[in-house]
Design a protein around this ligand. Structure first.
Ligand code: PEP
Ligand code: MG
Length: 581
């Protein structure tokens, strides 16, 4: 049994057969053939090896012609591997003795080789393992050909293991067929993680290299609550996790019991607890768990995975769907927020940038693409005639930007008036505070808008200059950092001074170790992933505000992220031990 530790990003546990995706998305299921098929399987292998060898020779020639013999030689070495007698004997052996399919035998044998090379602990050999993956890919390509199975066409439930999954790939997963996923790369607040949460698929990311140790069909366990991937689990571990999975199901029904209890502190202060959603259907998840409404509707999914931009009516229909599910409750619609970690670029996002995290993304894009932006604003305004809708702008870094947004909103209002189309003339306008400059200018920004929403996912990233999707930055990237706490404190004070509402909608607000701190800093609204609503509600009901203020004051005095985290864990353990375990 091998227990690997990564970053927990979507809670819950799952057990099942692995579906291993390499960067080309091959599926390599563990399958056996009948005794009478062994010879034809060996024959398939021979044909594939020959074709793969020819392919490598062709690449060798191409590279040698284009770049010189030195580069061609790399592929000459690959070609020799396809004829290597010991590799062939090993794969043959797996087919004959175990009756594995040729593709499974190849993948199993190659992974053994990779493991040995990586185990030598020498950089040279570790890099050579990439060559072996390439060789494996070529053989599998010839063996599987058109049978490459797209992840979204799964026929049986699996646990997906991959180098990485993009947000769009994650969104395309069928949550009925994917028990969980675990990836080598990825960070805590990556969009992939947020979508896994939204789809309620247990997930662990940032595990580092592990794919060499598994083959498709191997039985694995993903513990998304503690960030573990368990390969080849022993019987006792399987039993433990089966029990955990069962109690998880029971717990889900227990949460329903507290759905109608108000998120009110021990001393009777009512906190507004909202849900974050990405898809209109998730408004149901908010309702099922007793949210006060939707505090953040990320609208990116209206734009991705399509060739044309969404029409005003498509926007309108999506917003109306959410409104209908929410009854009288409010929904904060955030305008398009793409770029960098979020869906890279869309067709109209312009030339590739050297540093897209600091480039043409989000509100900057919208302010340079008025027709696109106005289409969304018009739909939001139209929907505002039918319920409590608020609009919010993402990634605002200057006062000028928010003023331009308001100017365009006013223009769209005028157009609607001319067209005699109803809308809420007092549509509340808010801004995300997720760029340090906005946090520092919060007192001025507070005079421009009706509410703030602190986006800690990006605020942490930009304050600490630590990529939210990079597992190597996981220690640096934390909302516990004193610099982040001070910025949040400043923003809440600025909102209070101006008498506007403020909430926190980044992943921080869904982590129970921060609830006391946030209430103590003065927050009276939180917006969290629907999965986290029950736990956050539970902890709010155990907090007294005096206690929370004391905790916040103490936390603000600490000088390192580690001290803050340890302190907050201890304080949380005091009132809800299970939240920290
Ligand atoms: C944030 O940055 O905290 C946030 C809520 O927005 P997103 O995660 O969509 O960037
Ligand atoms: Mg953000």
């Amino acid at each position: 049994m091998q227990i690997l530790r990564g970053i927990p990003v979507s809670q819950g546990v799952a057990l099942g057969p692995a579906l291993v995706l390499d960067s080309e998305g091959f599926r390599i299921p563990q399958q056996r053939v009948g005794p009478d098929q062994v010879e034809s399987e060996i024959q398939r292998l021979r044909v594939a090896l020959k074709a793969a060898g020819e392919g490598a020779r062709a690449t060798e020639k191409e590279m040698a012609d284009q770049l010189g013999r030195k580069y061609g030689a790399i592929f000459a070495a690959h070609a020799m591997l396809f004829e290597d007698p010991s590799l062939i004997a090993e794969v043959d052996g797996l087919i004959r003795k175990e009756r594995f399919t040729a593709e499974y035998a190849v993948s199993r044998a190659m992974r053994e080789y990779v493991k040995v090379l990586q185990g030598l602990g020498d950089q040279f050999f570790t890099h050579r393992s990439a060559d072996l993956f390439d060789v494996e890919k070529r053989i599998l390509h010839h063996l599987l050909g058109d049978q490459r199975e797209a992840v979204h066409r799964l026929t049986e439930p699996v646990v997906i293991l991959a180098v990485d999954l993009s947000p769009s790939e994650t969104a395309a997963l069928d949550s009925g067929k994917v028990f969980a996923f675990a990836t080598e790369h990825g960070g805590r607040a990556s969009h992939t993680a947020i979508i896994a949460n939204a789809m309620e698929i247990p997930a662990v990311v940032g595990l580092g290299n592990f794919l060499a140790d598994v083959s498709g069909g191997d039985f694995v366990i993903v513990d998304g609550t503690h960030g573990l991937l368990i390969l080849d689990p022993d019987a006792a571990t399987i039993e433990k996790y089966q029990n955990l999975r069962n109690s998880q199901r029971q717990q889900a029904s227990r949460w329903v019991v507290q759905r109608d209890l108000p998120p009110q502190t021990k001393d009777g202060v009512r906190i507004m607890l909202f849900g974050n959603i990405e898809f209109p259907s998730e408004a149901d998840h908010c309702q099922e768990r007793g949210a006060d409404g939707v505090g953040l509707y990320r609208t990116e999914f209206l734009y991705v995975g399509r060739k044309t931009d969404p029409t005003e009516d498509e926007h309108f229909q999506a917003y109306m769907t959410v409104l209908k599910k929410l009854g009288n409750q409010s929904v904060v619609i955030r305008t398009l927020d793409v770029g960098a970690d979020k869906f890279g670029s869309l067709p109209w996002t312009g030339p590739e940038e050297k540093n897209p995290y600091l480039g043409m993304r989000s509100i900057r894009l919208c302010l340079r693409n008025w027709p696109l932006f106005k289409t969304q604003l018009r739909a939001i305004l139209r929907a505002s005639a039918f319920g409590d809708i608020r609009v919010m702008f993402p990634m605002v870094s200057t006062l000028q930007e928010i003023r331009e947004c308001k100017f365009l909103l006013a223009e769209v209002k005028e157009d609607l008036q001319e067209d005699k189309i109803a809308f809420n003339k007092d549509l509340p306008v808010g801004t995300m505070i997720e760029v340090p400059s906005a946090a520092l200018m919060a007192d001025s920004l507070a005079r421009e808008v009706d509410f703030f929403s602190i986006g800690t996912n990006d605020l942490v990233q930009y304050t600490l200059a630590a990529d939210r999707t990079n597992e190597l930055m996981a220690t640096l990237y934390t909302p516990s950092d004193p610099a982040v706490l001070r910025l949040i404190h400043r923003v809440v004070q600025a909102a209070d001074n101006q008498g506007i509402e403020v909430n926190v909608c980044g992943e921080m607000s869904g982590d129970p170790i921060y609830t006391m701190l946030l209430l103590g800093l003065g927050l009276r609204q939180l917006s969290v992933t629907p999965q986290n609503l029950p736990e956050i509600k539970k902890i709010i009901r155990l907090i007294s505000l005096d206690d929370a203020r004391r905790v916040a004051a103490e936390a603000l005095n600490l000088e390192t992220a580690r001290d803050v985290t340890n302190y907050l864990r201890d304080q949380t353990r005091r009132i809800l031990p299970e939240a920290v375990e």
